[in-house]
Design a protein. Sequence first.
Length: 258
Amino acid sequence: MSLLVWIIVFSLLGGVLSVLAASTLLLLPEPLRLRALPHLVSFAIGALLGAAFLALMPHALAAPGVEFHKFGLAVLLGLLGFFLLEKLVLWRHCHTEDCEAHAPNDPHRHKAAGTLILIGDGIHNMVDGVLIAAAFMTDVHLGVVTALAVAAHEIPQEVGDFAILLHSGFSRARALVYNVLSSLTTIIGALAAYAGLAGMQQVLPYVLSIAASSFIYIAVADLIPGLHSRPHFRDTVQQITLIGLGVLLIYTVHSTLH
């Protein structure tokens, strides 16, 4: 299978298929869905951190000619850049059904919140596509691991996004169609990266550093704070266990493929 086909297939996995998986969760009774969502978030944290520290960063640092200080600077700038995007409300993740950023108390803003979700998701998914393509262009096995990490965090995010779109007045069918269309920007980002990064192997390690900073930022800034709302010992044990399982999945897949 050609490299381009790998990129397209796994970009679909990280984008469209995660939307469809999230939509099936909405078929569950609400109490069951609300209980399942925090567990998915915990697992996603582990997958993201595992992909960043066990796959993306080691591959980038192992590339010939990489300067460690420049690599560290790229990771730092990536973290600050994603923070800025989030502050500008261009990219914001929701993993609960009552996200204040997307569902303000003013009912006249609900519809605008739904539109903002779709715009933000489109930009975010395009960035995911760039990161998936860059990973595949470095190593096919690294691309698989990166796409799995993207899918792991996209599913709980999309569940929250679906809920907000429904709250904004979208029908279930319309919310699904618009979310699928938004997820297709993953393919656009992947194809743009494949064309733009061709023949630029010296740049790929620094693109991987941005991918790592993206995963770290999502896990630490967006996902982990939500776990603090469940501080009881039993909940903490569950969270740590599922985070560990997410890391273990990435470690196992990465080790097996290599």
